[in-house]
Design a protein around this ligand. Structure first.
Ligand SMILES: Cc1cc2nc3c(=O)[nH]c(=O)nc-3n(C[C@H](O)[C@H](O)[C@H](O)COP(=O)(O)O)c2cc1C
Length: 339
């Protein structure tokens, strides 16, 4: 059989993915009882992509605190009561040969839930959204602890990989970017200080989690006073020193901005960080064909390919990409006769 990079295995720590395809985290806003719990929809949705032979299924942004939800229908992991549903889902996903991950998240100033919302500085995202409370040291401490408790629950649910959501203008990103972090204590003002919140989350999570750890970043703020991929090379070097295994490279959504999107528009950032910080990266953003994915991997621009919307349109996208690349992949055995 022809060898392709897209269908070659990828090993990180004790976890081996059967191919380089990752289901990119996508909020489904389907926890309809507003209690953060897994519903039947989540099972159907994620398991379909595991049947479709995705190497790594990453669950959507999952809130570590109720106030950290983007909407009241987000998945949650702030309570031990969330473990059971996640555990059942993980076990099903694994039975189809997929590895499993979950994105731990806090929406910060982009939360739309009732009550007070939190951010490094009291600046709203736009005039329609609430003005957040500037977090006190105690708030910061409690939120870091919520990420650690979330990681412990992830372990109990049996996931293989944790991703921290440090992108898209949510809480961690709000600390990292000077556009949203105007603090003048040890959590703001300098790059080291802007990094401190994420640093303490990573250190804390690693106390309870020794599996692979990914971090998603927004590698460009699309604003003249904001951060660029070069700034994220420095952050990625620090993350690597702390034992982060892979940077999942997205961009934008920190402040309102117009973004010029085109196929692979964020791949260059994944490449810059990969070579600049000598760390594995994931590329994401308008990657829709097998050939495009193969080009990215073969030219050493990233190590994994995250696919979002194309997997909504085609849950069996790995099969589509394999056909395009002229290789065969195994179906689940029940589908042998029709694959
Ligand atoms: C419905 C939907 C929900 C999303 N939710 C998340 C999320 O929970 N976490 C995240 O980091 N990105 C989220 N994203 C962004 C995707 O993961 C991905 O980065 C983006 O859609 C670009 O990739 P694509 O061109 O393959 O869709 C979401 C995107 C979509 C379309």
């Amino acid at each position: 059989m022809r060898k392709t990079a897209l269908f070659s295995p990828y090993t990180v720590k004790n976890v081996t993915l059967k191919n380089r395809i990752v289901m990119s985290p996508m909020c489904m806003y389907s926890s309809h009882n507003e209690d953060g719990k897994v519903q039947n929809f989540h099972k159907t949705h994620y398991i379909s992509r595991a049947v479709g032979q995705v190497g790594l299924i990453m669950l959507e942004a999952t809130a570590v605190q109720p106030q950290g939800r983007i909407t009241a229908q987000d998945l949650g992991i702030w309570d031990d009561a969330h473990i059971e549903g996640l555990k059942e889902l993980v076990s099903e996903l694994k039975s189809y040969g997929s590895k499993t991950s979950i994105q731990l998240a806090h929406a910060g100033r982009k939360a739309t839930v009732d009550g007070e919302i939190y951010a490094p500085s009291a600046i709203s995202f736009n005039e329609k959204m609430k003005t957040p409370k500037e977090m006190s040291k105690e708030d910061i401490h409690d939120t870091i602890q919520a990420f650690i408790d979330g990681a412990r629950r992830v372990k109990e649910a049996g996931f293989d990989i944790i991703e921290l959501h440090g992108a898209h203008g949510y809480l961690i990103n709000e600390f990292l970017s000077p556009l949203t972090n105007k603090r003048n204590d040890e959590y703001g003002g300098t790059k080291e200080n802007q990094y401190r919140f994420l640093k303490e989350i990573i250190d804390g999570v690693k106390q309870v989690w020794d599996g692979p750890l990914f971090v998603r970043v927004s590698a460009h703020d699309y604003h003249e006073d904001g951060l660029t991929a070069e700034d994220y090379v420095t952050y990625a070097q620090w993350m690597k020193d702390q034992g982060v295994d892979l940077i999942d490279v997205s961009s934008g959504a920190v402040v309102p901005a117009s973004i010029d999107v085109y196929p692979g528009y964020q791949v260059g950032y994944a490449e810059t960080i990969r070579h600049g910080a000598n760390i594995d990266t994931g590329a994401v953003g308008l990657i829709t064909s097998g050939l495009q994915a193969e080009e990215i991997l073969r030219n050493n621009r990233s190590d994994l390919i995250f696919v979002a919307r194309e997997l909504l349109r085609d849950p069996y996208w790995p099969r589509t990409a394999a056909k395009e690349l002229g290789v065969e992949i195994d179906p689940p055995k029940q589908y042998d006769r029709g694959w």
